[in-house]
Design a protein around this ligand. Sequence first.
Ligand code: AHR
Length: 513
Amino acid sequence: MKTIAALVACVALPAVCLAAEGAGKAALVIRADQGAETISRHIYGHFAEHLGSCIYGGLWVGEDSSIPHTRGIRNDVVDALRAIKIPVLRWPGGCFADEYHWKDGIGPRERRPAMINTHWGGVVENNHFGTHEFLDLCEQLGCEPYICGNVGSGSVEEMADWVEYITFDGKSPMADLRRANGREQPWKLKYFGVGNENWGCGGSMRPEYYADLYRRFQTYVRNFSGNRIFKIACGPNGGDHRWLEVVVREAGRMMQGIAPHYYCGSGKASRSATVFTEVDWFEQLVRARRIEELLARQEEILDSLDPQRRIAIIFDEWGAWHQVEPGTNPGFLYQQNSLRDAMVAGLTLNIFNSHARRVKMANIAQTVNVLQAMVLTKGEQMLLTPTYYVYLLYTVHHDATLLPATLASDAYRFENGSLPAVHASASRDREGTIHVSLCNIDPARAIEVEAAIEGAKASAVSGAILTAAEITAHNTFEKPDTVKPADFQACAATATGFTATLPPKSIVVLQIK
Ligand code: AHR
């Protein structure tokens, strides 16, 4: 598998790949003769908040640090995120966004005022990472910036000034201030959020009130100097569909996107990220799959209010939320990340792909050291989490054409519950190569997938796999390679498609030529 093999150190997996004794079955039909939607690469987007050590220590170490950095931004983390082709980064929050006053984060760092980060641990925020540093980070990452403005405690003027400061290329008070702070040229800024979770930490508003505020604030989010802003409204919390209806009905014509949030929590018996049993594995995956039902209803509502599909779903916070690691500040949301989290990511990304018609961006929470992170750091050390590797394997879907697929899978049964064991997504890239991402969530049973491809012939199939011996497997600073991708060989082309035997608890990405 060329693209993936180039990125991962491929190690042939032992016979477990091939052993299919007592295996379950799944039948997949991929319609390569169809395919109308592009899977936006922004579905693979990220989110970094001033929370715990996401920014400070995780992304920003400062210009005096002994940790290798470029203008204060750590090189190892930038390299890791570039490898997964990070397409877009949302900042500065989260709840922090509605307390953030951007003018505190510009100018000479030693003169920037400090504030208290009341949401996250009550620590002092020195504002050393601000607008210039964030936009520099995005340039180093090669990704689009997505800025979330302050509606909860900010003013219309403050929001208007921020956009002018970043994007105006003429002479104006804000553009001159930017120049005085060392940046002559404006930046391009496409994505701008008008508030975050304004039903909760962003102001405890009712949807009617937020819709009116949205209309007012967004009026002053201007398009300067050829820059065109894609305005994103605060969306619902989980299943609060009324929020979506009211905000879109009252303000829909003034937005390009609306941003729902959904966190799938943790286990049932244990909320630990690494000490749990199958009870918690099953519970977590049931909760992860709920996003499909939420999206289906959100799409119904949007289809009725916006049949032209002008408004995109920008799912800008999602992921697993476990107990913090023992001994860490509860306000810092620092959690480990296991094979179970990788499965949550694999399933959720497959679901977002299948809703590519309306979902144009999604941002997992959060990039470094917070919640379902890609990367964990400890001083100068950095490790890549199992979730990171799902993002690495799934890069093949970025901007590819979604191929409709139907799947009939044996069930994964646990106690009184059951879920389909296999979940899949297929796409075709610009070179015509088909990729299929498959998750077998059954922790004990392999599944033989028999796939038919309509409208294309498979002559060669290869792949990569992410799995581990235990459902709780995770990477630590002492053992950073416990969970990482390997070459996958239990697959073959057939006259009508391909077959693949998915080991228990595995995520497999196939390349079909
Ligand atoms: O991602 C952590 C927090 O979760 C965000 O700040 C907030 O928007 C959400 O409640």
